[in-house]
Structure formats: structure tokens, C-alpha cells
Design a protein around this ligand. Structure first.
Ligand code: UDX
Length: 435
């Protein structure tokens, strides 16, 4: 008999995991405390934009293998419960807020049947899994807990979940590992690397990976600052160092830096946890990674001031892009929106366009103006900022766009546009890290 699964928390991670597991043939129930979310998912709709996910979800709901409920009792038959709830940054510090993780552990511990395995996927401070396991065994001594961090990227969530580049399982015994091998049999058949670890190491793998990625981005953005000061070109520098396979060319795109619901909060929570462990010095460099990242946003604003005037009051600024990265409508800690809001705060009239993220962006920052098309966005603008590298922006014809603006100045905050094409069309073209 195939294992029965439950997925607790049906946000980005949980909804994708639930649909993916159902597509592998498991019966899955998705549990969430938000009844509105449950209703949406039960209709086969997802409350955010993620390529391919809605189709997968609809197929699985139709097949009858995937159901959703706000009642934990509906998960009591599950052999494996995946914890996929959020761990946002706390309001008044750097640490992660574990309210949802703690609450869902209590709830699932109360209903889990004998022998059930609870598997954490959320990103948590090291030490959380061991603490939760001890608590679980207090309430429900016949259950067990393992940790299985998730590495999915937004925009590629379905692909990353169905075909991850590795599976990491933090377990306290062979039985837990064997159950997880049954869950991930399809991946093992594809020779996906399998890493067994203890609980703390499995938690650390996730934050270490995100810290490394953040470091790579801030490294290239630091080089961009040097290139600007010395008259170099960071895009050529990145290409040249990337040919060394030890360095690699991915995640070396200089620009306005990283945002989103993961990298910024994960590196901060990691620093906070290191401090609690008395090891803060080891992660001192992450503070610098964070500052370089925030500085990249300021550098765009400085370029705008340089090109327009120190006083931005009344200037018309067009912003292309609101999502924290393309192929996503996620605006959490979006560098693009942060820049837009700061420029608006300095007195400019800012109009934003994004192919997918207009609704979440306008909800979060109603003070900004939003335009339904690129043409409407740039109309009579004194300057245009390209801040999220959607494919549609790379396809813009600079000749026809020039006819709409008042000032033909383009700042490419993502180093993704074809500079020669824009220069040839008569634009003044600026980019971070390119003198
Ligand atoms: C990230 C990790 O990649 C993923 O493994 C983890 O599970 C969650 O966090 P995600 O937040 O979806 O995934 O975004 P990612 O593709 O990593 O990009 C993060 C940010 O870095 C974006 O704002 C992106 O624009 C920026 N970035 C990325 C750069 O500025 N330069 C680059 O070269 C790459």
C-alpha cells in the first residue's frame, strides 16, 4: 500500500510539495489554518503565480489523490506529515519567527497515528528539529521526526520539487530514513544524490546553501562597485572568472541584488542563531553580505540623482519590474519595489509596471502608481529604471520607446539589457558596475 501523506502549511512550499507528491501517486491531504486558502486550492487554483503549478494542482485535485482541509483530524491517517509552514523574520530583530512551526508540531503531534513520521521542510534555526523531536516524543512517543530541507527556487518550483538536485534527510534512526526512501523512490530511481545527516546538520545545510548563494551575489556586486570606481565592466569580469569551473558562471549577475522570502531572512536568522550559539564571529561576513546587498539599491538611487538632479521632487520615474525576480509575482523584500518606494519618498512621481506582480505590489505599496503596459508606464518619464529582468523587457524596442519618454535615460539595474542596442537608439544608458 502506498504511503498516505499530509502537508501542513499550504503556502508556496507546501502547495507545490503537496501537488508534486500527489502526481507521484500518493494520497495527499494539504492542511492549512487559513480556510480561504483551503477553498482556493480545493478549486484547483493557486493564490500566487508559479509557472506550471496550477495545471499540476488541477490534475491532482481532479484525480482525487489531492485534497485540502483546515481540520487537522483529516490528516490523522497519514503515515508521513510534512511541515511546510513559514518562518518569517521576527518584527523586532533578525531571528526567525517559529510560532507557526511550534503550533503545527503541537497540532500534528496530537493527531499523528502510531508509527507516523513528521518531516520538517521549513527553514529553521539549527537546533529546532531536535527540540521539536523531543517535544513530539513527550506528546506522542510512538511517532518520530526527521528533517528534510527544501531547496526549491520560485519560478522553478515544480521542476525543483519533482527533480531536486539532491535530497538531504536529517534522521535519528534507520527507520525514518527508510520511510523517506519510500517517499522519494522516484527520485532515487533517477539517481538523485541522497545525503543522510543528523538533525542539526540537515538544518544547517539549508542555511549554508542560501548563505553561499547570497555571498556569490554580493561578491559580484562588490566587484561592480570596484568596477565603477576603477572604470571596469563587471559583466565582462563575471564572464571571465566564471569560466573557472571552481567559480562557475551562475549567480554572478551583478545588479540591485537579492530579495525575496528566503535569502535575506535566512542569512539574518543564521546570524542571530550563531550569536545564540556563541559563534557569531564565524558569520560576521554575512553582515557585510547584507550591507553590500542593501547598498546596491542605494547605488541605483544615486545614479538617478546624478542623471536627473539631487532634488527628485516632481521628476517622473518609470520602473520596469516589481517582483523580486522574474517568473514570480512575489514582492517580499523586492529590491525593485524598495527602490521605487524610496524614490517616491524623495518626492518623485513613480510609475511601476510588472507583467505578474502588479496586484501584490499595489496592495503592499498603494502610494505608488501602477501602469497596465510598458508604454503607459514610461509615458513622459524623465528616466526609466529596469529593475526585474522579465523576458518581455529584454524584447522592448528602444527606438519606439524613445518616442514616448521625455528623457531617454535607461538605468539597467539587472545588467540584462543589450547596451549597444539602447545606445544605438539614442538613449543614455547606465548600468551597475559598468563605467
Ligand atoms: C532561493 C534559493 O535559490 C533556493 O534554493 C531556496 O530554496 C530559496 O531561496 P529564490 O528565493 O526563489 O530561491 O530565488 P533565487 O533564484 O535564489 O534568487 C534570489 C535573489 O537573488 C533574486 O532577487 C534574484 O534577482 C537575485 N539574484 C540571483 C541576483 O541578483 N544575481 C544573481 O546572479 C542571481
Amino acid at each position: 500500500m502506498a504511503l498516505k501523506l499530509s502537508v501542513i502549511g499550504t503556502g508556496y512550499l507546501g502547495a507545490t510539495h503537496a501537488a508534486a507528491m500527489a502526481s507521484l501517486g500518493f494520497h495527499v491531504v494539504g492542511i492549512d489554518v487559513d480556510p480561504a486558502k483551503i477553498a482556493t486550492l480545493s478549486r484547483g487554483e493557486i493564490p500566487f503565480y508559479e509557472p506550471g503549478l496550477e495545471t499540476l494542482l488541477q490534475e491532482q485535485v481532479k484525480s482525487g489523490r489531492l485534497t485540502f482541509s483546515s481540520n487537522f483530524d483529516d490528516a490523522k491517517d497519514a503515515d508521513v506529515h510534512f511541515l511546510c509552514v513559514g518562518t518569517p523574520q521576527i518584527k523586532d530583530g533578525l531571528a526567525a519567527d517559529l510560532t507557526y512551526v511550534n503550533a503545527s508540531l503541537e497540532a500534528v503531534a496530537a493527531i499523528a497515528k502510531d508509527g507516523a513520521l513528521i518531516v520538517g521542510k521549513s527553514t529553521v534555526p539549527v537546533g529546532t528539529a531536535a527540540r521539536l523531536r523531543a517535544r513530539l516524543l513527550e506528546i506522542n512517543p510512538q511517532a518520530d521526526l526527521a528533517w528534510n530541507p527544501e531547496f526549491l527556487r520560485e519560478g522553478f518550483a515544480v521542476e525543483d520539487t519533482l527533480h531536486p538536485n539532491r535530497l538531504v534527510v536529517g534522521v535519528a534512526n534507520d527507520r525514518a530514513e527508510n520511510i523517506l526512501k519510500e517517499v522519494y523512490a522516484a527520485n532515487l530511481a533517477e539517481n538523485t544524490p541522497w545525503v543522510r545527516a543528523d538533525l542539526p546538520t540537515s538544518e544547517l545545510v539549508k542555511v549554508a546553501a542560501n548563505s553561499f548563494l547570497a555571498t556569490k551575489i554580493s561578491f559580484i556586486n562588490a566587484m561592480a562597485e570596484i568596477c565603477e570606481a576603477a572604470g571596469g565592466d563587471v559583466t565582462i569580469l563575471a564572464k571571465a572568472i566564471g569560466y573557472d569551473p571552481r567559480i562557475g558562471n551562475r549567480f554572478l549577475q551583478a545588479g540591485i541584488g537579492f530579495g525575496g522570502g528566503c535569502l535575506p531572512k535566512d542569512i539574518r536568522a543564521f546570524m542571530a542563531r550563531a550569536e545564540e550559539l556563541g559563534a557569531s564571529q564565524a558569520l560576521e561576513f554575512l553582515r557585510e553580505i547584507d550591507s553590500i546587498n542593501i547598498r546596491a539599491r542605494q547605488r541605483v538611487i544615486e545614479l538617478v540623482r546624478k542623471d536627473l538632479s539631487e532634488d527628485l521632487r516632481g521628476k517622473r520615474v518609470a520602473v520596469l519590474g516589481a517582483a523580486f525576480k522574474p517568473d514570480s509575482d512575489d514582492v517580499r523584500d523586492s529590491p525593485a519595489l524598495d527602490i521605487a518606494v524610496q524614490i517616491q519618498g524623495a518626492g518623485a512621481i513613480v510609475t511601476v509596471h510588472d507583467p505578474k506582480a502588479m496586484e501584490p505590489a499595489s496592495k503592499r505599496f498603494p502610494v505608488l502608481n501602477f501602469a497596465q503596459s510598458v508604454e503607459e508606464c514610461v509615458k513622459e518619464a524623465d528616466i526609466v529604471l529596469h529593475l526585474t529582468e522579465w523576458k518581455m523587457y529584454r524584447e522592448i524596442d528602444p527606438v519606439s520607446l524613445k518616442k514616448l519618454v521625455s528623457g531617454a535615460i535607461m538605468i539597467d539595474g539587472r545588467n540584462a539589457l543589450d547596451r549597444e542596442k539602447w545606445l544605438a537608439a539614442g538613449w543614455k544608458f547606465r548600468a551597475l558596475g559598468r563605467a
